[in-house]
Design a protein around this ligand. Structure first.
Ligand code: GDL
Length: 463
């Protein structure tokens, strides 16, 4: 990784089951063919990466890691091992410093030459011992990181280090210019250490050039984007098949690189990663939707089925539009939703073209879901199954509901369907809790009984 080259690749940095060796091998092949250059190993639930960071890998796991590092490097990619000691490290402890050196020494022996140290998702407080030795969390973490870099340089002349701060987005740090933590990190961290940033939020819908320039002035370097746009570990009912979007091309000049931390379901990541590679490579024009359509053509090759009349490009686009980005559906899913919202508001006699479009789309989706069960790539099917299943259930319910309304010519008594039993359909404690405190379009919560009580008492405040 040359000092000036743009870092572009993947961070396996999510919570949940880490990817398998075979999945990572597939990832490296994709990355190589798309011109990406960096893979950061940071699975939150590899015990020895985070919770038990002091423990060395036993022989069998070390062998697997060694093979992984070799596979990655043989594809011409940088392999970076991340260690996340923040849950319980004592920054002033010589024993912990020695444990850290011992751990990275094991990785060095396995062939890893590049490292990252992560302090994300921890409490930003000093332990009583550290409070005696350091003025702040930032100075304690900088001390550990600088020492680690020095140690690495004794082993690998060109060694470098990546660093993930504890507040790693604006919603955590507040405006960077007012953040003592970021200012100190900027001042104290050795100038070659690269600092991660996820944007205005943990999951950032957009990232502006201005916001990054403001950060640069405080951390005294260009940040490295850890991009959670397609991450879904925080809500496993979602999956994101849409393009890399919401980042202007000019952003590339303001950051030293971008690593995507994508969907936990490895197979779901073709389009997200392919379009990130296209973004990194794009000339003056950048249209995420066009990149998406082009990436879908490549992905279609993985969608062969055991039935004749397999899945078409049109169907794949419709499908991915239904599972697009955290804050946005694809245009065809948006149109479907728009039609549906309209139909629910007007009497069946007026449904006309919107009604026909809705019916057509329901059949298309139903047919597509059926075809998917015949996919040759079973891993792809299994990665998407639960998402497809949930959507299918909801679409079919709406379809039945609308045809029932039509038959009843617009009456609005309550609809019951034996196929959607209470307690089974949308069941479970989490779903019950959601119903207790629904969120409105503006992101506000209000429990329904409150408004009922309010209405009953003619607008007087309910307790
Ligand atoms: C985070 C975690 C990351 C997780 C992501 C999405 C960073 C730096 N850390 O806060 O491990 O996958 O959110 O849930 O993003």
């Amino acid at each position: 990784m040359g000092a000036g080259s743009f870092i572009c690749g993947v961070v396996e940095g999510f919570y949940g089951r880490p990817w398998s060796a075979a999945q990572r091998r597939q990832l490296f092949a994709w990355m190589r063919s798309w011109g990406m250059n960096t893979y950061l190993y940071a699975p939150k639930d590899d015990l020895k990466h985070r919770l038990l960071w002091r423990e060395l890998y036993p022989q069998n796991e070390a062998d697997e890691l060694e093979a992984l590092i070799r596979d990655c490097q043989s594809q011409g990619l940088n392999f970076i091992y991340a260690i996340a000691p923040g849950l319980d490290i004592s920054c002033s402890s010589r024993r912990d410093a020695a444990a850290l050196r011992k751990k990275v020494s094991q990785l060095l022996e396995l062939g890893c030459q590049q490292f990252a140290i992560l302090f994300d998702d921890i409490q930003p407080v000093l332990s009583p011992e550290d409070a005696k030795a350091f003025e702040s969390v930032a100075s304690a973490q900088s001390f550990v990181a600088n020492n680690l870099l020095q140690f690495l340089r004794g082993n690998v002349a060109a060694a470098n280090l990546l660093f993930c701060p504890t507040p790693y987005c604006r919603s955590m740090s507040g405006p960077p210019r007012h953040s003592d933590y970021l200012r100190q990190i900027g001042k104290l961290l050795e100038s070659s250490i690269r600092i991660f940033w996820t944007g205005p939020d943990i999951i950032s819908e957009t990232i502006t050039v201005e916001s990054i320039r403001e950060l640069q002035r405080v951390i005294r370097r260009k940040p490295l984007l850890w991009d959670n746009l397609h991450a879904n570990d925080y809500d496993q009912r979602r999956v994101y098949l849409g393009p890399y979007a919401g980042r202007p091309l000019e952003l590339r000049d303001e950051v030293c690189g971008i690593l995507s931390n994508p969907n936990c379901e490895f197979e779901a990541n073709y389009v997200p990663l392919r379009t990130l590679a296209m973004y990194a490579d794009a000339d003056a024009d950048w249209d995420p939707r066009a990149a998406y359509q082009s990436a879908l053509k490549g992905w279609l090759l993985s969608w062969k089925t055991h039935k004749t009349g397999g899945i078409s490009m049109h169907e794949l686009e419709l499908f991915c539009d239904c599972f697009y980005l955290p804050f946005q559906s694809g245009s065809r899913a948006e149109a479907f939703l728009g039609d549906l919202q309209h139909l629910l508001k007007i009497p069946p006699g007026d449904w006309g073209a919107a009604g026909r479009r809705f019916e057509q789309l329901c059949s298309d989706l139903d047919g597509l879901f059926d075809k998917m069960t015949a996919l040759k790539n079973r891993d792809l099917l299994y990665a998407l199954y639960r998402h497809v299943w949930e959507l299918r259930e909801e679409v079919m319910l709406l379809r039945k509901y609308l045809s029932w309304r039509k038959a009843k010519s617009g009456a609005r008594p309550r609809y019951r369907d034996a196929g959607y039993r209470s307690g089974i359909f949308r069941g479970g404690l989490a779903a019950q809790l959601q119903r207790l405190l629904p969120m409105d379009e503006e992101g506000c919560f209000r429990h329904p009984s409150l408004s009922v009580a309010k209405n009953k008492s003619n607008g007087s405040r309910a307790l």
